[in-house]
Design a protein around this ligand. Structure first.
Ligand code: THU
Length: 138
């Protein structure tokens, strides 16, 4: 695994994009605002923020908002995602996002950004022994 400082330097603009995306979060219920910036292999960046509509159980995390937007725009291969929740220590993606990324963007480098710490993760480590499509054919 690459050194955290190298990753932070290499993906500084992606991290900035996640921080800016957080400003667009719609989180009137949790007041927990999350921004994500997903880098496609094309070089394009797709941002997402968490969305909490009035019917509360219909919301979506920042990470999936970014991924679905990227896919809708035709991007299929992904390099890295930066996620920022405005906390000192970085948060981890929820289980639902982990599974969706496993299905649609399994190889991304996760850059979990806090104000005092950054963590770098791969999906294999944060979602081991996961469901994969091949399981249906066994
Ligand atoms: N949330 C995200 O957007 N990403 C995460 O990684 C964790 C949680 C959102 C979902 C909900 O809108 C709020 O944060 C509180 O759970």
């Amino acid at each position: 695994m690459a050194d955290v400082n190298d990753v932070v330097e290499k993906y500084a603009s992606l991290i900035d994009a996640a921080k800016r995306a957080r400003e667009n979060a719609v989180a009137p219920f949790s007041h927990f605002r999350v921004g994500a910036a997903l880098l496609g292999k094309s070089g394009k960046v797709y941002i997402g923020a968490n969305m909490e509509p009035d019917v509360m159980n219909l919301g979506l995390c920042a990470e999936r908002t970014a991924l679905f937007s990227a896919l809708a725009q035709g991007e299929r291969q992904f390099e890295a995602i930066a996620v920022y929740s405005g906390t000192d220590e970085p948060g981890y993606p929820c289980g639902a996002c982990r599974q969706v990324y496993s299905d649609l963007a399994p190889d991304v480098l996760w850059i979990l950004v806090g104000d005092k710490q950054v963590k770098i993760e791969k999906l294999d480590d944060i979602l081991p022994n996961r469901f994969v499509l091949e399981d249906l054919r066994r």
